[in-house]
Each structure stands twice: as C-alpha cells, then as structure tokens.
Design a protein around this ligand. Structure first.
Ligand code: G3P
Ligand code: CA
Length: 222
C-alpha cells in the first residue's frame, strides 16, 4: 500500500483558528505532507487566505474580503498567501483552493515567482477549485501546474474533466468514494485526495480505499 499523504485542512483547523499563520504553524508541527487553504483577493490585488467571501465569520468586522486592503485584512489575522508560502518555506506542499476567480491570475503569478525566483519545485503547489472553468484556464499555463478537481457531487464527471485538462488529482467529498470509483480514478492515472475526513471511523474507511492523501482538520489522526 502507498504512503497516504497527510494534508492539513485550512492548516490544522481542528486545533487552531482556520487559515491563520498559527494554524499553518500547527500543521507543520504535526508534520503534515501538505497544507490545504482557501483564497480570495483584497481590494489592492493581494491574494488573501480566507475561506468565506466575507470576513464576518472569522473576524470582529463585517464585509466582503474584496472591499478591504491587504493591510486591513492582515490586522484582522488574515494572512497574504505570500506570507503563508514564506512560513511554509518548502516544508510541505500547498493545496491552494481558489474560491474567487478574481484571485486566479494573482495566484498563478505568485506561484511562478516562487518557482523561478525562490527555487520552489513546482510539485510543491497544487491548485484546486470547485469552479472548473478556473482550472481549465490554469491548465493552459506553462510550466504546467498541478491541478486538483474538487467535487461535492460526482466523481464520474470530475474524472471526465480531469482527463480533459490533464489534472493531477480528483479531490472529492469523501462520501462519494467506493472501491470501484477509486480503482477507476487510479486506472486513469489520477491521484485521489478526499476531504474533509475527521472521525477515526471515516479515516479508517477512506484509508481502506487506498487513496493517495487525506485532507483533515486533524492531520495527526491520519
Ligand atoms: O479542499 C477541500 C475542502 O476544503 C473543500 O471544501 O468548503 O472546506 O473549502 P471547503
Ligand atoms: Ca477549502
């Protein structure tokens, strides 16, 4: 059986406030193989690490991420993607989930900067999204970046799309998986990174399917 990669969801969301520098530090302490995070764009064109399109849930203020500057967001404990890359410093790979297409161009530029200027291996990055048109656009970028097809509903449709854009992995809601579709995905040459697998029972189930990595709020439980 292959080694199953431990991927910390929003850092180590089970232990520390999600998508914060402290959460990414915790994930590194837990010796993850990869970190999953979510991004939006600030009003001054910086890629910000936050799950929701608003800051309402995770800060004391209200409003859309797009309406605040990166410096205002930093003060609310929302880091730039650049700051997170510097913290991770090649210690594990980063799965960047693009939540807003406005951020796409900036995410790609930042990754290219880290590959060309900071000597990061391109395999230290994966871009994922539920918005497949974003992934289609990025599939044309050179050098080719690793893409993960997120799906909440259909592994079969994700597989068809993965073939079309030559993706790296399919990242499904874990309850969509079974022995048959895992085999099919592997036969077609794609990795499988299911989310968000938290209970010991669910982790045991997903491990038994021989997936390639597991995205969890508790990566140390994998
Ligand atoms: O990348 C997998 C998972 O994070 C997708 O769902 O809502 O937690 O971003 P969500
Ligand atoms: Ca996510």
């Amino acid at each position: 059986m292959n080694k199953i990669l431990k991927i910390g969801h929003r850092g180590a969301k089970g232990y520390v406030a999600e998508n914060t520098l402290a959460s990414f530090e915790k994930a590194l302490d837990l010796k993850v193989d990869g970190i999953e995070l979510d991004v939006h764009l600030s009003s001054d064109g910086k890629v910000m690490v936050i799950h929701d399109e608003t800051i309402d849930k995770t800060t004391s203020k209200k409003g859309y991420v797009n309406d605040f500057t990166s410096s205002e967001l930093n003060k609310l404990n929302i880091p730039t993607l650049e700051k997170v890359f510097d913290l991770i410093d090649k210690k594990c790979f980063v799965n960047i989930e693009i939540k807003d297409n406005k951020a796409t161009k900036f995410v790609v530029e930042l990754i290219q900067k880290y590959i060309t200027e900071k000597n990061w291996n391109k395999n230290l990055f994966q871009i994922s999204s539920f918005e497949w048109t974003i992934l289609k656009d990025i599939s044309k970028v050179k050098p080719k970046l690793q893409l993960g097809i997120l799906t909440e509903y259909s592994v079969e449709e994700a597989l068809l799309f993965a073939k079309k854009i030559k993706a790296h992995s399919i990242n499904p809601y874990f309850k969509l998986l079974n022995v048959g579709n895992v085999k099919l995905i592997h036969e077609n040459g794609f990795k499988i990174f299911p989310w968000t697998v938290n209970s010991s029972e669910d982790i045991t189930f997903v491990k038994s399917l021989n997936v390639d990595g597991i995205i969890s709020d508790f990566p140390d439980k994998i």
